[in-house]
Design a protein around this ligand. Structure first.
Ligand SMILES: O=P(O)(O)OC[C@H]1O[C@](O)(COP(=O)(O)O)[C@@H](O)[C@@H]1O
Ligand SMILES: [Mg+2]
Ligand SMILES: [Mg+2]
Length: 337
């Protein structure tokens, strides 16, 4: 095996050699990675650590919080308020933004996260994760408001996720491609295990929750019907299907071997644009997927160009292998006339 490159070495190189990231951002990412290591330990303990089951509370979106949703949120807040690189944080599990208290050093970045993605999979021992996104606080005024967070995804300074699966893997982009780091548990360090990750442009694998089929919009139904028709259908090839129901795990598979992931708008809650959250899920994943050569849209527009109207905004998501995402998007454009 060749020389092992740690997360710190990778980031220092991004900072010094390529000039991609300022020192503050490098340190911020290291703090997030350390928090993910702590979360990995809690996740691994499972029933032994009393971390399974419901917390008996609801988040701002009316979803029942699991114990791990709450624990992970606290770990991320606690680690990052000490870091000194942030002005404020926002999380899927908190109603409003969290200002870094004055007693801690203040920084110029904003951190957003989905502390625990795939909540329904915690108790059944299936892969779950943490997703994060970093924005720069807009200049020109003191203090921080919710409005400062409402920046389109193409302005992200960094984004990543950590997947707690058979391996614990941190996937990161600072706008210079995508790198993967595997946690070496004995050493307690993140080791670079793949750099320049590329998603194949074509695929024969789709990920969607098929139980919602009767609620889909016609362009989604058209695309999936064509996939299901297989070799004899208009696509002329057989498709496979996967749905883990943890976005991190589904996206991780797509980064590894290609595929398309869809959580589209559907008729169950027609007033909502989708189930997934723009700021904590779609934007960071959209940034990563694009940096790996894939694409991410809401059916009509590039996800990273959407102007958020509010912190907990929902969005329809289609992402993954470029040619498939373009195809589904063109079906939506056709339908919109
Ligand atoms: O259970 P469904 O409707 O298939 O939804 C699965 C989706 O919900 C999510 O679990 C939502 O994330 P949270 O667990 O953070 O709420 C995604 O990770 C996943 O893609
Ligand atoms: Mg989530
Ligand atoms: Mg979550």
């Amino acid at each position: 095996m060749g020389k092992r490159v740690s997360l710190t070495q990778y980031l220092v190189e991004q900072q010094r050699m390529h000039g991609h990231i300022p020192g503050q951002l490098r340190l911020l990412i290291e703090v997030v990675a350390r928090a993910c290591k702590r979360i990995a330990i809690s996740v691994n303990k499972g029933a032994l650590g009393d971390v399974l089951g419901s917390a008996g509370t609801e988040n701002v979106q009316g979803e029942v919080q699991k114990k791990l949703d709450v624990i992970c949120n606290e770990v991320l807040i606690e680690a990052n308020e000490w870091g000194g690189h942030l002005a404020a944080m926002a999380s899927e599990e908190m109603d409003g933004i969290y200002l870094v208290p004055n007693r801690f050093p203040q920084g110029e970045y904003l951190l957003l996260f989905d502390p625990l993605d795939g909540s329904s999979n915690i108790d059944v021992n299936v892969s779950i994760g943490t997703i994060f996104s970093v924005l720069k606080k807009p200049e020109g005024h003191t203090g921080v408001s919710e409005g400062d967070f409402l920046q389109p995804g193409h302005q992200q300074a960094a984004a990543g996720y950590c997947i707690y699966g058979p391996q614990t893997t941190l996937v990161l982009t600072v706008g210079d491609g995508v790198a993967m780091f595997t946690l070496d548990r004995e050493q307690g360090s993140w080791v670079l295990t793949q750099d320049g990750v590329k998603i194949p442009e074509d695929t024969k694998e789709f990920a969607i929750n098929m139980s919602n089929m009767r609620h889909w919009a016609p362009p989604v139904k058209r695309y999936i019907d064509e996939c299901l028709a297989g070799k004899e259908g208009p696509r002329g090839k057989d498709f496979n299907m996967r749905w883990v129901a943890s976005m991190v795990a589904d996206v991780h598979r797509i980064l590894t071997r290609g595929g398309i992931f869809m959580y589209p708008w559907d008729k169950r809650e027609p007033e909502k644009p989708g189930k997934l959250r723009l700021m904590y899920e779609a934007n960071p994943m959209g940034f990563i997927v694009e940096q790996a050569g894939g694409a991410a849209t809401n059916g009509l527009q590039r996800v990273l160009d959407l102007q958020p109207g509010k912190l907990h905004e929902r969005v329809s998501v289609i992402l993954g292998s470029k040619n498939e995402v373009e195809r589904v998007t063109s079906y939506h454009v056709d339908a919109a006339g």
